[in-house]
Design a protein around this ligand. Structure first.
Ligand SMILES: Cc1cc2nc3c(=O)[nH]c(=O)nc-3n(C[C@H](O)[C@H](O)[C@H](O)COP(=O)(O)OP(=O)(O)OC[C@H]3O[C@@H](n4cnc5c(N)ncnc54)[C@H](O)[C@@H]3O)c2cc1C
Length: 385
């Protein structure tokens, strides 16, 4: 087993780290305060090739795989978790799903723009009354021969109102549960009948826009159907096994950022005539944070390695996501304690870490759902895909 990064991986790490420090870090606090989505960051990520993972170069891919993608995402998310969505929202969500399930025409039409950052991507499955129970969705796409007429709504969609190209999971055959779902590609700028409403009530992730999408007789050409009619549930589960890596890697990165911050603060803050890092109870907290974020990182890279080697990765992905989320919440919580009152103010990033860490417990499968997946695979109740 080799834990060393290859020369290419070191280059990816350095490129992503420099980008995050120079292009994201200067705006983090200002953008948080204004709940601002800095669109140009996505374009610049695309220009640098940091969006095109595990997709052939003929479609704009960068020729590198999951391991390199997670290394890059980790560096970006360590600086600002909101930007972890760039890779899952553009590459692992729509582009990779179109690449694996789409026709050649669909690949050529949408993938290059998603990987270059020309388009903002998104994926929409959740509805107001359909979250963990994906197959209970109600948004209906009526087959009209050469097009669908879509009615219904989606909720909590990352990038929904700024998105150009998005996957939307819909019901095409009522009463058939998972077998009645299909996946459509929405070209939002050219689809009448879609109202996109920003959600301003979020607890965190302020620089990553989230939206409600309302479809009223939205017309979608039949050419935008991804895969076969009725294949939507399987495509959705396949996509989640990829996009969940965005949460897992982002959470591991947040955990590391909070730990590094706490270590630095513990060495600087003097009480009782010595740095607080000298107190055993602070050392215990630092040790706990460090152990958890190291373990989270290795679970993430193990899942990435399985994906690069085309081996079953669903259980490993759920393990990485579940554990990294716990590590992130714990690290953010402990960091706030170690920073004392300053941690509770906006002078330091502790409050942002805590707000952003909490998202991971819910999206792309709640912690309960991932616990169930891990155990069900182990018990032989479902295959490990
Ligand atoms: C910031 C943000 C961004 C998001 N981005 C997207 C996006 O881009 N696209 C998208 O489609 N969705 C997105 N979501 C939605 C998110 O994926 C869902 O909220 C999530 O899947 C959970 O669904 P729910 O909120 O309806 O919770 P529910 O499913 O109602 O769950 C409520 C509680 O019940 C528990 N529960 C439910 N079922 C079970 C079970 N079988 N066993 C044990 N416990 C159970 C859950 O663990 C949870 O604690 C986003 C959400 C947020 C907050």
């Amino acid at each position: 087993m080799d834990f060393a990064l290859t020369d290419i991986q070191k280059l990816v790490q350095e490129t992503a780290r420099n980008f995050a420090e120079n292009e994201i870090a200067p705006y983090v606090e200002k953008d948080e305060e204004n709940h601002y989505y800095r669109r140009e960051i996505l374009s610049k990520l695309g220009e640098l090739g940091l969006l095109g993972w595990s997709i052939p170069e003929e479609y704009g891919g960068n020729g590198m795989g999951w391991m390199e993608a997670c290394i890059a995402l980790y560096e970006i998310a360590k600086v600002h978790t909101s930007w972890r969505l760039s890779i899952s929202g553009n590459c692992w969500g729509p582009a990779m799903t179109i690449y694996h399930h789409g026709t050649e025409e669909q690949r050529q039409k949408w993938i290059p723009g998603l990987l270059s950052g020309e388009y903002v991507g998104s994926f929409a499955l959740t509805e107001a009354n359909s979250g963990s129970d994906v197959a209970s969705m109600k948004t209906f796409a009526e087959d009209k021969g050469d097009h669908f007429v879509v009615n219904g709504s989606k909720m909590w969609i990352s990038g929904g109102h700024v998105s150009d190209i998005g996957l939307v999971y819909v019901v095409t055959e009522k009463g058939k549960g998972p077998k009645g779902l299909s996946c459509l590609v929405f070209d939002y700028n050219n689809t009448p009948g879609v109202t996109r409403i920003p959600i301003h009530t979020k607890f965190g992730m302020y620089s990553a826009p989230t939206s409600e999408l309302v479809f009223e007789n939205a017309i979608v050409p039949k050419d935008n159907l991804l895969g076969k009619m009725g294949a939507g549930f399987n495509i959705c589960m396949w996509q989640l096994n990829n996009t969940r890596m965005g949460c897992a890697t982002g959470a591991a990165a947040l955990s590391a950022a909070a730990t590094e911050g706490a270590v630095q603060y513990a060495n600087e803050r003097m009480q009782f005539g010595q740095p607080i890092g000298k107190f055993q109870m602070i050392q215990q907290q630092i040790c706990e944070m460090l152990l958890e974020d190291e373990a989270a990182k290795y679970l993430v890279f193990r899942a990435a390695w399985l994906k690069d080697n085309e081996m079953p990765s669903q259980q490993a992905t759920s393990m990485a996501k579940l554990y990294a989320c716990k590590a992130a919440v714990n690290a953010a919580n402990l960091a706030m304690k170690i920073y004392g009152s300053y941690g509770y103010s906006t002078e330091y990033p502790c409050a942002r870490w805590l707000r952003d860490a909490k998202q991971f417990e819910t999206l792309e499968g709640t912690s309960n759902i991932h616990t169930g997946i891990i155990a069900s695979i182990e018990l032989g109740y479902q295959p490990n895909r």
